[in-house]
Design a protein around this ligand. Structure first.
Ligand code: ADP
Length: 495
């Protein structure tokens, strides 16, 4: 297939999926939403902040290299380190004190929805998906403001002991404090003399102060959990994310094992009598290897059907599952890293008993699907192409405000390097006798154990924004598949 053939497939796929999205009866999306407070920091502002905390303290703290932000000096130390090195950094904070200090002394330029579940919920209603039931355990008044104003967006609430669905703006807990992450962007070329060092910021980049107050819990009240089955009839599947918030130990003596169990219980409750319910988990970077492994082997394995992740996350996942060498070759970005990614995807599919593993990378998406998945290769491929057109739309426009915006993404050309990478993988598979060249284009359906669907993606040269595009890709592909799924009410059929 030539690039021009792919462009044709893109047009057809987007038109087909658009026509099918109305088939989705509903989708449940949980857990993580937060507010992203964006600030593009200027030289004078930094000087003012140094004046407040004192340069001597800053110097000491930079040497200590704080791993968490406990006070304003930690914040300034990590900001200075990030600016000096021109590197992106994300540092957690476990109280809301730094937020208050930043509000008093800096104030943000703009704020927007952050967190995978929040971003995905808004995206789905924007695409016109009906009945999107979002669930945030820490839904505050401030957080609710960032949910799209849509009659298709719901949040569960308890009223007189009964589960009811309301728009998030009517379902928040007035007592709940907001979870606000700060994204401090800085520009190349700013010059500083401070703490005995003189430097010029080498690159535009950002420091994220990630809010992890101790009330963050991936859970659900007992009474809501008991009645979760009420919404089961209204949904075709669920997209779950945010498990990275689970901590190894909590102040009250509970541990990650308690929260892993709660997470699994919610999934099983959503499935009810329908073990075929599609459950997608969107993975992310998790530093703590105990938690990373527990999420994969105890939540994802056996309970989930579909997993979405980027290339670094593939390496991280393989690493805790005991495939260190393969993990290394995935991130090594050598010539055949696409081959390692494919091998990695197959390992994840098998090790975690999944039906589908979807990896997004800059230039192509790889999806391996078990033979018993109800949809065929063409349908799976359409879902990936639709997702790529969405990603290109978001990269071009910064955000998607209507399904019609997708024509912008469709206009972005297929990335030629991604197309070349595909050919590398094809050669490898043909050489290994896994499939023939024609079969490769049809999803390697001759390969034992799984089908392979791989598409070159559309890549925007000068993207307006890239934050959250991974979530858009995974959610876009998954919703397209839900739209194509035969609608059988398994529970009714069993009666
Ligand atoms: P995030 O967590 O911010 O969503 P990820 O690493 O999960 O980041 O996903 C980023 C994905 O976005 C990449 O895998 C790539 O497929 C896509 N992407 C990044 N930049 C562009 C771009 N300029 N044009 C199109 N897609 C892009």
């Amino acid at each position: 297939m030539e690039i021009s053939d792919w462009e044709k497939l893109y047009d057809e796929a987007v038109s087909t999926v658009r026509g099918q999205l109305g088939n989705v009866q509903g989708v449940f999306v949980a857990y993580n939403s937060n507010v992203d407070a964006m600030k593009h920091i200027r030289e004078e502002e930094i000087k003012k902040l140094i004046g407040i905390i004192g340069p001597a303290k800053l110097r000491e703290r930079m040497i200590e290299y704080p791993r968490e932000i406990k006070d304003p000096v930690d914040f300034m130390a990590r900001l200075f380190i990030a600016m000096r090195d021109g590197k992106a950094a994300e540092v957690p904070t476990y109280t809301t004190d730094i937020h208050e200090w930043l509000m008093d002394n800096l104030v943000f330029d703009s704020a927007r929805m952050g967190g995978q579940a929040g971003i995905i919920s808004n995206l789905l209603v924007t695409l016109g998906v009906k009945n999107v039931i979002t669930y945030v355990p820490w839904l505050s008044r401030e957080q609710a403001e960032y949910f799209a104003d849509s009659p298709d967006l719901w949040h569960p609430a308890m009223e007189d002991g009964k589960l009811v669905l309301k728009h998030p703006k009517e379902a928040f807990n007035p007592e709940q404090k907001p979870k606000i992450n700060w994204i401090i962007e800085f520009s190349r070329g700013m010059r500083f003399r401070c703490a005995g060092e003189e430097f010029e910021v080498p690159r535009d980049n950002r420091l994220i102060v990630s809010s992890r107050p101790n009330w963050i819990r991936i859970d659900m009240s007992e009474e809501m959990y008991e009645q979760l089955s009420e919404i089961r009839e209204d949904i075709d599947g669920a997209i779950l994310a945010g498990y990275q918030m689970i901590k190894e130990e909590y102040e009250d003596g509970s541990t990650y094992a308690d929260y892993v169990k709660k997470a699994v219980d919610v999934i099983e409750r959503l499935k009810g009598c329908n073990p075929q319910m599609r459950i997608h988990v969107e993975f992310t970077s998790i530093q703590n290897k105990v938690i990373r492994k527990a999420i994969l082997t105890e939540i994802v394995k056996k309970h989930v059907t579909s997993l979405g992740l980027d290339t670094v996350e593939v390496a991280n996942a393989l690493n805790v599952l005991g495939y260190e060498e393969l993990a290394y070759s995935v991130i090594n970005k050598g010539e055949d890293s696409i081959v390692s990614l494919y091998e990695g995807a197959v390992r994840l599919l098998k090790e975690l008993d999944l039906q589908r593993v979807h990896i997004h990378s800059l230039g192509y998406y790889i999806c391996v699907v078990s033979k018993d998945h109800p949809l065929d290769v063409k349908e799976q491929r359409e879902a990936l192409l639709f997702a790529s057109a969405l990603a290109a739309t978001q990269a071009t426009l910064g955000s998607i405000s209507n399904i019609d915006d997708i024509s912008t993404g469709l206009g972005v050309p297929v990335y030629d390097q991604g197309f070349e990478d595909l050919i590398e993988l094809e050669k490898y598979l043909v050489r290994r006798g896994v499939c023939s060249a024609e079969d490769f284009e049809d999803g390697c359906i001759g390969a034992p154990g799984h089908n392979l669907i791989i598409v070159p993606s559309k890549v925007v040269k000068d993207p307006v924004a890239t934050v959250g595009i991974g979530d858009t890709i995974s959610a876009g592909a998954f919703i397209a598949l839900l739209a194509k799924m035969p609608k059988v009410n398994v529970c009714k059929a069993m009666e």
